[in-house]
Design a protein around this ligand. Sequence first.
Ligand code: OVV
Length: 411
Amino acid sequence: MSAGISSAPMQVSGSKPPSVPHVDIDPFAIDFFDDLYPAQEALREAGSVVYLDKWNVYGVARYAQVHAVLNDPQTFCSSRGVGLSDFKKEKPWRPPSLILEADPPAHTRTRAVLSKVLSPAVMKQIRDRFAAAAEAKVDELLRRRHIDAIADLAEAYPLSVFPDAMGLQQEGREHLLAYAGVVFNAFGPPNELRQTAIERSAPHQAYVAEQCQRKNLTPGGFGACIHAFSDSGEIRPDEAPLLVRSLLSAGLDTTVNGLGAAVYCLARFPDEMARLRANPSLARNAFEEAVRFESPVQTFFRTTTREVEIGGHMIGEGEKVLMFLGAANRDPRRWDEPDRYDITRKTSGHVGFGSGIHMCVGQLVARLEGEVVLAALARRGVAIEIDGPVKRRYNNTLRGLESLPITIKPA
Ligand code: OVV
């Protein structure tokens, strides 16, 4: 796809560095979401770094540069926001996250706390509950046969385990997905998706702020566990509610879209579903490969803290750089047959959970949910067939479906 790319004339001689290729692709437009892969290829092919004229930001879509930016947090900071908006120039739409939108040393303390709250030891405690809920859900869906894989599985399963694991009250849980939708739209540019989401966000914000209070979080849950770390002095009491907010922001819609991606893959690639049925122990890798293949979190920004070279190009200080995680995860420079969903692929190194100091702190919960749902489908010998119109859901950051009608039955 050569459309949409322009470049200054090549320097025939002299010592000037080549100029960054300008691209007129809008990566936050509906037509981009609807036909992603040709545009992502164009972004990778245009250069190791591109300039997106629509939003006046740099972009990196090749694996090497995305990985490099993620792993140099001193140069590519998060504290000026990981969306398009630069917190040094514009007031954030909500108080900044104490983990996502923070740099070391502030980030180090809050990250340590959430890492412990979501540690391997905690996964061991919740695993049996999460697995039993997955088996019950798959059994229920097998009785129904014709279902919507998004509402009835990708949303219903996380909603059946995550709010309880957080220790949330029953009332008001319908705000959770709506709130997350706002958060992930708000990373994008001031387009209609972002503006409409923020306009309607007040009731969802009010709900979340209230549920982050210690008194509203049941003992034993992730939320109470975060507050307990304020007793031991690792964080201040006033920091705990905002860290609970991080889990409410990032802990539900992400896994919804991760599970949706996995079911969509297994429905489109029945040979891979057959391999999974033959070997249910592949469930965890089948989920991981779906995260690479669909990249439910498509993009994040960083802001440069100094002049820096990327792939031979000099970028000034205070510039926003958009990282195309989804494009990196399908870069043929890094992956063999990147557009093939292969449940036995060596997925390590994919950037669907990010990389480096900010890499998804909830990744063990996400993988647990993905593994137990896919294992339940495999052990029940399920076959999946798409039997109605597939509808995409549009969000500035999250990639996923609104509706995936399927028949689920014994193979
Ligand atoms: C990774 C992520 C996404 C959205 C929100 C947050 C984190 C947060 O920390 O609030």
